[in-house]
Design a protein around this ligand. Structure first.
Ligand SMILES: [Zn+2]
Length: 285
């Protein structure tokens, strides 16, 4: 398999590149990483499945020194970290990232198994990413904000120049809130939406969406979360993840992924009480 042509980028705004990464992801979408180029430094948000020489590709887009951050620790977002040495990631997702970025996991995952011969691997150092961390790129800054939901350690990144908010998998067209260990409850996710609403952003850049999402989308997600009726959950469309012990259902509006209004989330009908936050977590186990 040839490495040439593995990566391609969309320019979403002034100094903002959205790079299509090799590998398959659940649903019809592919996964993107984002590069923000400032006058002195660049910030790379996520690194994909770790397929091919992504670092050389990034260095073809910018000659500035590159700082790397992760929106969260999932396989399709953090597995290329080893090519960059040090990566900022919320501690809440460190263990998840150890598991998801392992060669064993990537060789067996449906998303990257077809690219086994191109998987890059090696050590990388985790740096603790926290609420309010500011990355000074020279003529612009990017600020990290907690964005828990899809994973407990999910973070968003606000670019001062474009007012774009990079949300990873957490505020997007369909949010997976499936994994009761690593995802939050629905009330916690709702709190994240309220906190995010206070941020001064204009557009959303999501990791599986190739275009800018308007700010108003946040209100749409909030409305759907508030109206949640588990009885109206249905089998998820375009969904290939097989997770033992989990019964995924989606609560969405819109016809299908081709419908631009399609929006909602996937939940685990097997663990509904925990998801709704009714369980008393202070009880001894
Ligand atoms: Zn994810």
């Amino acid at each position: 398999m040839r490495e040439n042509g593995l990566f391609s980028s969309l320019k979403l705004g002034d100094g903002v590149y959205h790079t299509l990464m090799p590998g398959k992801t659940p649903g019809p979408g592919r996964v993107y990483s984002s590069l923000i180029v400032g006058s002195k430094r660049a910030l790379l948000i996520d690194t994909g499945y770790g397929i091919g020489d992504y670092r050389t590709y990034i260095e073809s887009l910018t000659d500035r020194p590159v700082t790397v951050v992760n929106t969260h620790g999932h396989i399709d977002h953090a597995s290329g970290n080893c090519q960059f040495g040090k990566v900022w990631l919320n501690r809440e997702d460190w263990e998840l990232a150890n598991w998801h970025t392992s060669l064993e996991m990537r060789r067996s995952s449906e998303g990257s198994a077809d690219f086994c011969e191109l998987l890059r691997d090696g050590p990388w150092e985790k740096l603790p990413l926290e609420e309010g961390a500011v990355f000074d790129l020279g003529d612009r800054t990017v600020t990290a904000h907690c964005c828990a939901g899809h994973t407990r350690g999910s973070m968003s990144f606000l670019d001062s120049k474009t007012r774009f908010l990079f949300t990873g998998d957490n505020i997007t067209r369909r949010v997976l809130l499936l994994d009761s260990i690593h995802s939050t409850t629905l009330p916690e996710f709702y709190q994240t939406l309220l906190d995010t609403e206070k941020l001064d952003f204009e557009k959303i850049v999501a990791a599986h969406v190739p275009y800018l999402i308007p700010r108003s989308w946040l209100g749409k997600v909030k409305t759907i979360v508030k109206a949640f009726d588990p009885a109206k959950g249905k089998p998820p469309i375009c969904f290939s993840l097989r997770l033992p012990g989990i019964h995924p259902l989606e609560y969405t509006v819109g016809r299908d992924f081709d419908d631009p209004e399609y929006c909602g989330f996937v939940f685990d009908a097997e663990h509904l009480e925990e998801f709704l936050g009714k369980k008393n977590f202070s009880d001894p186990l």
